[in-house]
Each structure stands twice: as C-alpha cells, then as structure tokens.
Design a protein around this ligand. Structure first.
Ligand SMILES: Nc1ncnc2c1ncn2[C@@H]1O[C@H](COP(=O)(O)OP(=O)(O)OP(=O)(O)O)[C@@H](O)[C@H]1O
Length: 255
C-alpha cells in the first residue's frame, strides 16, 4: 500500500472531564475513501474538527504526509492540501456560483493576497472556475446568486468549491444531509469521481447506510471517542462488537 497521506497519532481532546476523542491513531491513504461511523456523540465531528483544524487536541498529533499540522490553523491546512466541505459556511450568498468558485480557485493559488492582478491572471482563474463548474455540472447556474440556489444545488456548489481548492485530502460531513432524493445521487457521483482519482484521500462522516454502502472502501467506527473498529466494510459491519455497541438494535437505515 502507498505511504499514508494523513495520520492521526494518539489524538485526544478533553472538554473538562469529558474525553471526546480518546487516543485515536489512524492512517489514511491516497485512493481510499474511509467512512467514519458511530452513534450520536461518538466523537466523529470532533475527530473531523481536529483533522481540519477547528479544534486543537489536548494531546497527540495530526500529520499530512511528512508535515506535522497539529497546531496549524484551518486555512493553513487548506494550503497544505487538507480541504473540508462545510454546509453553507464557505459560500458567499450574494455572489454568483461562478464568482464563488473563482474565489475558491484564487484562495488556493499562491498569490491569493494580491489585489491588483493582471487581467490575464483573472482570465486564467475564470477558466479554471469554469472547468470546475462543468465538472460539477453547474455551468447552467453559473450566473445565479448562490443564495438563490435550491438546497441540493448549494450542496453541489460546496463540493465544487472544495474541488476548486484542489486538496489532497477531501473531508465531507454528511454530504447528502437535508437533500431531496433526486439530488443525492448527483453529490454521491461527484464524491465517487473524486475517489476515482487515486491520488486523493477521502474521509466522510455519514449516518446513512446506503451512502456508506455506495462509497466506503473502509469503515472506522468511533464509540465514546475511541476507535472501536477499522477495516473493510463487510468485515466491520458484520463484527459482533460493532453490532452490539454501534448498531445496538437500531434499524439499519438510521444506525
Ligand atoms: N465544544 C464542546 N464542548 C464540550 N463538549 C463537547 C464539545 N464538542 C463536542 N462535545 C462532546 O463531545 C462528544 C462527541 O461529540 P461529537 O459531536 O464529536 O459526536 P458525533 O459522533 O459527531 O455525534 P453526532 O453523530 O450526533 O453528530 C459529545 O459528548 C459532545 O457533547
């Protein structure tokens, strides 16, 4: 197997007396889509926040390739190739779809702080933004305000923004949440397309078992902040410990 692109070592965070993520050590590889599952309050979002930099750990580390990113801010991590899709928070509602994507392209480009740029460079940014519009099949909506898009298209735009930032590590938190059934396959197809690029590593927090089944190469199970299981989807979901602790008699679709 290839070298890991992302590693957490003994990653731990305490909130007062509560250990929300407890010594989680895990390595993620390019070309692999890992789904993080677990019951409510298991620590999935907190683990994500520690990887993307919204939270700093009490102890342990996060490395992107050979670089220790444990204490870096979220935006610095983006420059190191760790990108996370956020529901709505990354969108500029009063800008068009194209303008939103162009900003994401610009944020990733080295000279994002230059205000006065030559027209040629603006054209290049637009061309790149148009490429991601097409890739995410949003071209028809290019000149619509982000705020005017239906929820499903906004979620697609979030995926487009993430792709435009060209990360090596893609992080998605329930990417089809709140989405109607006719839009969900579009977003899942986009994520499957990212996963097909064998240089990318994809992490997904997900509750819906049909999404897990459709996309997972590997599942890790968190429970009470600890890594309970890690492996191929069939093996993990069939293991007694996971069935007892995670599924715990819940219906398959809502587990
Ligand atoms: N900022 C915080 N301060 C105090 N406790 C927190 C904080 N953030 C999370 N927690 C606690 O840490 C635990 C893990 O929460 P987390 O949101 O990571 O779980 P989760 O697995 O993502 O749950 P869900 O599936 O419901 O989103 C919970 O007990 C939660 O109450």
């Amino acid at each position: 197997m290839s070298e890991p692109s992302l590693v957490t070592r003994d990653l731990t965070i305490r909130f007062g007396g509560h250990v929300a993520v407890n010594q989680v050590s895990c390595a993620f590889h390019p070309g692999e889509l890992t789904v993080i599952v677990g019951p409510n309050g298991a620590g999935k979002t907190t683990y994500f926040n520690l990887i993307s930099g919204q939270l700093m750990p009490t102890s342990g580390s996060v490395s992107k390739g050979a670089t220790d990113i444990t204490r870096m801010s979220p935006s610095t991590r983006v420059h190191h190739g760790v990108g996370r899709a956020f529901q709505l928070t990354n969108l500029f509602p009063q800008l068009t779809v194209l303008e939103n994507i162009r900003l994401a392209v610009q944020a990733r480009s080295a000279d994002s702080w230059r205000i006065f740029r030559p027209a040629a460079s603006f054209t290049a940014l637009t061309a790149k933004a148009e490429y991601y519009l097409e890739k995410t099949r949003l071209t028809k909506l290019a000149h619509q305000l982000a705020s005017a898009l239906p929820h499903g298209d906004q979620r697609k735009l979030e995926v487009a923004l993430l792709m435009a930032m060209e990360p090596d590590i893609y992080m998605f938190d329930e990417p089809t949440a709140g989405m109607s059934l006719d839009h969900a396959p579009d977003v899942l197809e986009l994520i499957a397309g990212i996963k097909a690029d064998r240089s990318k590593t994809v992490l997904l927090v997900e509750h819906k078992m049909e999404v897990v089944r459709a996309l997972a190469d590997r599942i890790i199970v968190l429970h009470n902040g600890e890594l309970l299981a890690d492996g191929a989807p069939g093996t993990v979901m069939a293991s007694d410990v996971v069935r007892d602790v995670y599924l715990g008699g819940a219906t398959e679709e809502t587990a």
